[in-house]
Write a protein that binds this ligand. Structure first.
Ligand SMILES: Nc1ncnc2c1ncn2[C@@H]1O[C@H](COP(=O)(O)OP(=O)(O)O)[C@@H](O)[C@H]1O
Ligand SMILES: [Mg+2]
Length: 326
């Protein structure tokens, strides 16, 4: 993981100031086990070699992530998502404010034994096979050989790579690399899983499968923080999201309530005759409402695409009737 920092060679990281260490080591006396992550006024300014301020990557972030939820950090490139994740892992030191993970200061690396991390860029050794890779990480966690073997097999199966487990990672596609990255993040059976752009580079099928794997992890009681710049990914899997823009928190809340348009009402019906639709329009008008639309609901492009793929797998060579011939 330290390679993450090494890549930022032109920048000198802020190190903990003298006298700060004891404070950093302290755990929070008001620790609530249902709050897995808490950030208070968390700020990160990257500095250049001479210590001059360079980029304010994260500005006074306050958030709480609760046990068992999928929390999304959403924002365009450069909005501070990866910086937040690295601060939670203790790979970076905050410029001010603090982050608590399991009630401990994020700079305490021992807490990382309970965390799984999928970085934005894969850093796995490409001459190892999937099995060897996971075995290597199992050894790092001091797992006995028998436990390791079983865990490696079950993780490879969980991420759908059994068919390719003896191939070297250099032969893996981007999608397969993301899968083995996820398996590696799960080797220590972590309680908290940090996923940095988990669907990056995946095609729609791979994306759907990754999302399903994330939802399954939540069903197993894990807490997940994922960041993404892809709106659909976040909308489909996250319980709550924080929207970041240029390091500032712009919006925080439950996805369903953020997306709900509270002054509009949607009525959906099947097999409704035109006359009945007219009657409904009249009822709405009678009550002083305004009809905005009466039409067939739209699906998402992702759903449509997946339907087409499923249909063509079930009936090869058949053209879907829903597809316009124009
Ligand atoms: N090591 C670094 N040194 C200097 N600036 C950095 C470094 N890492 C990230 N940044 C800058 O901090 C901002 C936030 O970056 P990042 O957290 O990676 O955003 P995101 O993950 O949302 O795309 C960006 O402007 C980026 O250029
Ligand atoms: Mg990033």
């Amino acid at each position: 993981m330290s390679t993450e920092n090494a890549s930022a060679s032109s920048v000198v990281e802020d190190s903990a100031a003298p006298g700060q260490a004891t404070r950093l080591e302290q755990t929070n006396p008001d620790y609530d086990p249902n709050v897995v992550v808490e950030t208070q006024n968390l700020t990160k300014i990257y500095r250049d070699f001479w210590g001059r301020q360079k980029v304010r990557a994260l500005n006074a972030l306050d958030l709480e992530v609760r046990k068992g939820e999928i929390f999304g950090l959403l924002g365009p490139n450069g909005s501070g998502k990866s910086t937040t994740i690295k601060l939670l892992l203790g790979l970076l030191f905050p410029t001010s404010g603090r982050a608590l993970v399991f009630g401990k200061n994020a700079t305490e690396v021992t807490k990382n034994e309970r965390i799984g991390y999928l970085p934005e860029e894969s850093y796995l050794y490409k001459f190892l096979t999937a099995e060897e890779t996971l075995d290597f990480y199992g050894r790092l966690f001091d797992m006995p050989a028998a436990v390791r073997k079983e865990r490696v097999e079950s993780l490879i199966e969980q991420v759908g790579l059994t068919w390719a487990k003896r191939r070297q990672l250099k032969e893996y596609s981007k999608g397969m690399t993301r899968r083995i990255g996820l398996a590696q993040a799960l080797i220590n059976d972590p309680e908290l899983i940090l996923l940095d752009e988990p669907t990056s580079g995946l095609d729609p099928l791979g994306t759907r499968e990754m999302k399903d794997m994330i939802l399954k992890l939540r069903d197993q009681g894990k807490t997940i923080i994922m960041c993404s710049h892809l709106l659909a990914d976040v909308q489909d899997v996250c319980d709550r999201i924080a929207v970041l823009y240029q390091g500032d928190l712009k919006e925080l809340g439950r996805v369903d309530s953020l997306l709900q348009v509270s002054d509009e009402t949607q009525i959906r019906a099947k097999n409704l005759p035109d006359a009945a639709a007219e009657e409904i329009r009249a009822v709405i008008a009678k009550h002083g409402g305004e009809v905005l639309s009466v039409d067939n609901p739209r699906t998402t492009l992702e759903e449509l695409f997946l339907d087409i793929v499923r249909e063509s797998q079930a009936r090869p060579g058949h053209r879907s009737s829903g597809v316009d011939s124009n």
